[in-house]
Design a protein around this ligand. Sequence first.
Ligand code: BES
Ligand code: MN
Ligand code: ZN
Length: 494
Amino acid sequence: MKIEFVAHDVEAGQSCAVAVGVIEGAPLGGAAAGLDEVSGGVLTRAIAGGRFTGATGQTLNVVAPHGLTAARIVLVGLGKPEAFDDQTAEFSGAHAYNAIKTTGVDTLVFRTPGIPAARAAQVAFGVRLAAYRFDKYRTTEKSDKKPSVAKVKIAVDDPKAAAKAFKHESSLADAILFARDLVSEPANILYPEEFARRVKALGKHGLDVEILGEKEMKKLGMGALLGVGQGSVRETQLAVIQWNGAKNASAQPIAFVGKGVCFDTGGISLKSPDGMEEMITDMGGAAAVAGAMYALAARKAKVNAVGILGLVENMPDGNAQRPGDVVTTMSGQTVEVINTDAEGRLVLADALWYCAQRFKPRFMIDLATLTGAIVVSLGKDLGGLFSNDETLAENLLKASKASGDTLWRMPLPAQYDRLIDSAVADMKNVGPRPGGSITAALFIQRFVDKTPWAHLDIASTAWKPNSTVATIPSGATGFGVRLLDRLVADSYEG
Ligand code: BES
Ligand code: MN
Ligand code: ZN
């Protein structure tokens, strides 16, 4: 998607749609009033004849307006002026794009007189997120089924200033789309080594990336992570990504840790076939961490940050780990593997312990598509937040509100911790069915070694098969990238 900022006198020809904002419950103003006048009142009549009020999320498509060369005008509801903010601006771009993306026009001209450059950048950001498509494997799709819009021009007071403001949003969009691509890729293409290669390529943005293979992990004693990958012909990988942007080069880093199960069959505790294909998304936590590190590097965030990804495939095999196996984690604690499908926590156990020991971070946040139980608890729009640290939890909730990647705090009740005690090892990897996302978090907590920590269970939010959010086309959401970028910008930079 090509996006440019242009001056108000830009022409909109026959292959263009013109978008203009409309404030709810007010007479047409700004660019809309101008278009209404040149078209002999066609917009006023279109509004009078329908239900469009200018509320957010509404659009009204007017075809071949009299007196204009443009093929269409699309009115975009902006809501009440007092509620207008960055998110409204972002969604207005997305709604305008979605309203005309398959109409046949090749260019969208969004006229936004009088709005500040930063707001115009938000409009463009919304367009970029809405225009995402993962269609690289579709070779026979007819062109009349594909989006027709290839170019978006945002007409603003100061195009230079808007383009400058968009630099930051644009690189954040790149990072979110990078994460969406990783989540969308099938597991025959994106296995641990391929994931590691794509992360390694982020080196060009100034990130330092190390990849550890099975030999190194064995030396480190990562028996839990290696046990998960034991049945796979693909080699397990641990990616360590570093961004050193703090003024004080030796400042204590912050750390993100991602579950990167490139495919989760369940292992010997095999999942049922219904919907198992969705388990290509079981690396959504690792994708979010990689995307967040990309975003930090792209905007040269003034922070030292570490991203650690446990990349592995969970397969049934003659060599796979069995229910009843006991594995020794890097921490020295032993785990009785009751259910090989509860593999994410085994991955995180070693990745978090390694992170805490090697980097002594200010805090660690892990992101993981960890439990079906979180979907039952919170539905598909909210990620679960578990934390042992009030400040970190509050900062995350603030960033969640500001970014739109919504979290809901969940408890870590001490009395449930015994539910994962085992008779043969230090713990078992599953508790009873009730409270499944909580006992999963309590398991992980045993590997954070007193570090301030938060666990984000994003099994609910990494993948939206039927999205109704304008900036998130159905499929991979990129959940977590904006959240972490915002968390750093608002609470941990400088
Ligand atoms: N990857 C799954 C969790 C998941 C479920 C992610 C739905 C995305 C959508 C995880 O590894 C898993 O299998 N969890 C089990 C745990 C159980 C065996 C204790 C689950 O939630 O059923
Ligand atoms: Mn599983
Ligand atoms: Zn899993």
